[in-house]
Ligand binder design. Structure first.
Ligand SMILES: [Zn+2]
Length: 155
């Protein structure tokens, strides 16, 4: 066994971590095994006193079809990340560590607020015809049938 002095302490309880494999990452924070999974993303940021971005909404072309002239809209970062995870059927880490994400290609952050229901209606209208199925059915079907590959974000 090797000890690596460069490993971070747990960002939550400050416990010293000696092995890469005992570290979990959530929202980019390093967590020890005991702290991993204790809180959801929102709660974690509150615990760490990270300022909440309440006055931003997000748009992305990822998931739309050619000619890519339309965007999906999301009321907050957590909905945006859900979209990416469902679309690529992967973890938040796989998204956050990807080249596309790190290069800032995957979404645009906008000032202001936008209603979640508006976003759902808008997003569903890009995919299907709302009069036949409910907004939620359209969105669920879209994600279930998505065959996008997360490896495409790494290149
Ligand atoms: Zn900890």
């Amino acid at each position: 066994m090797t000890l690596d002095a460069s490993l971070p302490n747990c960002n939550l309880c400050n416990k010293r971590m000696y092995h890469e494999r005992s570290i979990s990452y959530q929202c980019g924070f390093a967590l020890c095994q005991a702290c991993d999974g204790k809180y959801d993303d929102q709660e974690l940021k509150e615990k760490l006193n990270i300022p909440q971005k309440t006055n931003h909404y997000y748009s992305t072309e990822y998931g739309t079809s050619y000619p890519y002239n339309q965007c999906f809209y999301f009321a907050n970062e957590s909905d945006l990340m859900d979209h990416f995870q469902f679309l690529y059927k992967c973890t938040a880490n796989e998204i956050e560590f990807s080249d596309d994400y790190k290069l800032g290609l995957m979404f645009t952050e906008h000032d202001g607020t936008i209603d979640k229901q508006f976003c759902d209606n808008h997003n569903a209208s890009l995919i299907g015809t709302i009069c036949r199925e409910s907004v939620q059915e359209i969105l669920n079907g879209f994600y279930e049938n998505s065959d996008r590959d997360v490896s495409n974000l790494y290149e």
